[in-house]
Design a protein around this ligand. Structure first.
Ligand code: SF4
Ligand SMILES: [Zn+2]
Ligand SMILES: [Zn+2]
Length: 304
């Protein structure tokens, strides 16, 4: 099949709009949408420092690559990459090697933090997670360390690699749980809260498949190993349901996000102001979620 815009062979069919694109036209199409999304989500000011949360997977590497190619030459902006090592043997170390090498090559300051600072590792935690999936703990600890490091280096914003599939799953999950507060607090964050570095998501409207294809046709290095605890994630049920919806009606994921974006201004996050937990992290209650889960885990690790 030929590209709809030139004589080259198409590398993809974009099912939701029916277009066949060669690698060059696909890259242009992809970059145009990501740049538009960045403009929509953030308003950069001279002197700004942006932190990019990078695990070494395709989405975070594509995000880092694009932000570096868009803003890397601007002398009035600073970009840093931050990785969190969750302590998953055989999975995280090789992915962080990729990030470190990429940052070294591009001259991007690179910061690494680890769950070991909290006295845990996911390998030790996973067998004692009880009814919760390991990802519940992992996500909370990762956000804590990421926020802490971004604050420490003075970043005004954190970019993450969440793609359209991730976002649609989060929206649906919170709808099903009836968690309107959390639905209202999903990124991109427009409200600045004390102690919380606002997040934005350049790939928010990019389907996961397109992010993978972009990494491949652009030669962006990434780690495609699978976390040993991935199959236990609750999110997988939503991934399956949304995948089936998308197959039956191409564009379903966009539909979920566009409904969410229309409703979002009407959602209330409960109006509660954040306080600062004794660990320094922002919290709605007296103790932050991370301290709460850490307490549970350390007890269980001591006496399983
Ligand atoms: S799959 Fe779950 S446990 Fe593994 S890195 Fe991701 S959030 Fe952590
Ligand atoms: Zn073309
Ligand atoms: Zn805390």
């Amino acid at each position: 099949m030929r590209c709809d815009f030139c004589a080259k062979d198409a590398v993809t069919l974009i099912r939701y709009n029916g277009s066949h694109l060669c690698s060059d036209h696909f890259r242009k199409y992809f970059e145009k949408r990501v740049k538009r999304e960045i403009r929509k989500q953030i308003d950069l000011r001279p002197g700004d420092k942006i932190a990019v949360a990078v695990s070494g997977g395709k989405d975070s590497m594509v995000t880092l690559h694009l932000l570096h190619s868009v803003f890397g030459s601007r002398k009035d902006l600073e970009m840093h990459a931050i990785s969190i090592d969750e302590g998953i043997e055989g999975y995280r170390p090789p992915s962080l090697d990729i990030v470190r090498e990429y940052c070294l090559e591009k001259g991007i300051p690179y910061h690494r933090r680890g769950f070991d600072e909290l006295g845990v590792s996911m390998d030790a935690a996973a067998p004692v997670c009880g009814d919760n999936s390991p990802c519940t703990y992992c996500g909370v600890f990762r956000r804590r360390l990421m926020n802490d490091e971004a604050r420490r280096i003075g970043a005004r914003l954190i970019a993450t690699g969440h793609n359209l599939d991730d976002m649609a799953q989060s929206v649906l999950m919170n709808f099903v749980r009836g968690d309107v507060d959390r639905l209202a607090r999903l990124g991109p964050h427009t409200k600045v809260q004390p102690g919380l570095v606002p997040r934005f998501h350049p790939l928010r409207l990019i389907p996961e498949k397109e992010s993978l294809l972009y990494a491949m046709v652009s030669g962006i290095p990434y780690w495609d190993g699978e976390c040993p605890y991935y199959r236990e994630a609750l999110r997988n049920q939503y991934r399956k349901v949304i995948g089936e919806l998308e197959n039956a009606s191409p564009g379903a994921k966009f539909g979920i996000m566009s409904s969410y974006d229309t409703l979002r201004p009407l959602l209330s996050d409960g109006g509660k102001e954040l306080r600062i937990c004794e660990c320094g992290e922002p919290t709605l209650g007296a103790k932050c979620k991370s301290c709460e889960l850490l307490g549970v885990l350390t007890e269980r690790i001591k006496c399983p």
